[in-house]
Design a protein around this ligand. Structure first.
Ligand code: ACO
Length: 378
């Protein structure tokens, strides 16, 4: 046994300082650049939050107008990238997004410039282009032609428009907008950490965002919303929820959408999605999704609260997307669309005071074995 101290999963390890977001997991508090997530979810827009994250403070009207115009101007992606998406039309949308972002690097003249200014410009362009990639791939895989961006719509509205070809109503736009706000930044979560590791080698932002997308895809991170909705569909009706969940838990499994490495109280983002899931379900005459989820939260998982296991941001998100008619394999890419500003900011911070992120592993294998030539091996 070696005597090195191992912090498995980097649990409770601080890797650096940040001005991006503050997370207090004990009380369930989240601030972006000092502003409470509840205020931002209720009062701001995703465009405002992008500005806040990337430039450090809330924008004036003209600063917001300028950013908004830049976002709208950069939504289109080159035809060559659309061709790449046609080639990968059968892949999971998250894989297609990862491929599309990677392909976009071939068309970004600043790809190798890791200065703060260029990184922010690239982050804004990728934030604008990524919804186009997701929507185009989705339409291509359904045998439809991509819908070009509509510059009269805001970021959230345009994404929904490019998916379906129909302009969404204002309430639906707002739902997507709030969802993007809630997902925009979350300190050194696994995908942002992955992005930082890439940036720490002085690789470029596109590579870091590709890393972030790859890390986010897993069901223990952004993939949970898709798994929650799969679970809710299998449960079918609220009265089946207890038996279904008990079967998982009694066999050592996990209920997706519960638990968090940092939050040992309720994830503050969940509140906004819970309220909207309930209202939308009732408005659309489909209250059972919310009832199923609420049963799990309020009954089955109550004993887990004493262990710090509460709902996280992913628990109610899937039910909202489902009610909006969005297929479940688009849930993770939607999370990624919201998170690109956060990844960008984490990379700006990493480049700004860089140190190679390179931890150690405690070797536990055999030592100093004698090399045996292949012809002498039994
Ligand atoms: N359901 C049941 N039990 C759980 C759950 C859950 N969702 N989450 C954690 N636990 C239990 C574990 O089984 C473990 O029990 P044990 O001590 O008896 O072995 C204990 O709680 C601690 O779990 P860890 O895996 O050590 O906690 P960690 O901080 O590493 O995990 C994680 C966090 C991966 C998010 C975990 O809670 C999980 O798998 N949740 C389900 C997936 C999910 O919802 N992910 C989204 C997270 S939010 C986000 O990424 C945006």
């Amino acid at each position: 046994m070696s005597d090195v101290e191992i912090r498995r999963g980097l649990r409770n390890v601080y890797i650096d300082t940040t001005e991006a977001s503050f997370v207090d997991g004990q009380v369930g508090k989240l601030l972006y650049r000092g502003y409470n997530i509840h205020d931002l979810a209720e009062k701001s827009t995703f465009e405002e939050v992008i500005y806040l994250l990337l430039y450090g403070d809330l924008p004036t009207r003209s600063q917001l107008g300028e950013l908004d115009a830049t976002l709208r101007a950069h939504r289109a992606v080159p035809d060559d990238v659309i061709q790449v998406l046609r080639l990968v039309k059968n892949s999971h949308p998250m894989d297609a997004l990862r491929t599309g972002v990677s392909a976009m690097s071939a068309f970004d003249e600043e790809v190798e410039d890791n200065s703060e200014e260029a990184t922010i410009r690239k982050g804004i362009r990728l934030t604008a282009q990524a919804p186009t990639i997701v929507a185009a791939h989705h339409r291509i895989r359904n045998g439809l032609e991509p819908v070009p961006p509509n510059s009269s719509l805001n970021h959230a509205g345009n994404f929904l428009y490019m998916l379906s070809g129909a302009e969404p109503d204002l309430e639906t736009q707002k739902l997507m907008d709030v969802d993007f706000i809630l997902h925009a930044e979350h300190s050194s979560n696994a995908s942002a950490f992955g992005a930082r590791v890439t940036a720490s080698t002085l690789s470029d932002l596109h590579s870091a965002v590709v890393t972030g997308i790859g890390v986010l895809k897993g069901p223990w991170h952004g993939g949970a919303a898709e798994e929650v909705m799969k679970m809710a569909s299998e449960i079918g009706q609220p009265e089946n929820a207890e038996d279904y969940a008990r079967n998982i838990l009694d066999n050592g499994g996990r209920i997706m959408g519960f638990g968090h490495r940092v939050y040992k109280a309720e994830d503050p983002r969940a509140r906004h999605l819970r309220e909207r899931s309930q209202t939308l379900g009732e408005t659309m005459g489909q209250p059972h999704w919310f009832q199923i989820l609420r049963y799990l939260e309020e009954k089955t998982m109550v004993p887990y609260r004493s262990r710090g296991i509460f709902v996280n941001v992913d628990f109610f998100a899937g039910s909202i997307y489902h009610l909006l008619g969005i297929p479940s394999d688009l849930f993770i890419p939607i999370f990624a669309l919201g998170r690109i500003p956060g990844w960008t900011l984490q990379c700006v911070e990493q480049y700004g005071d860089n140190i190679l992120l390179r931890p150690l592993l405690d070797y536990q294998g055999p030592m100093d074995l004698e090399y045996v030539p292949i012809e002498q091996r039994g």
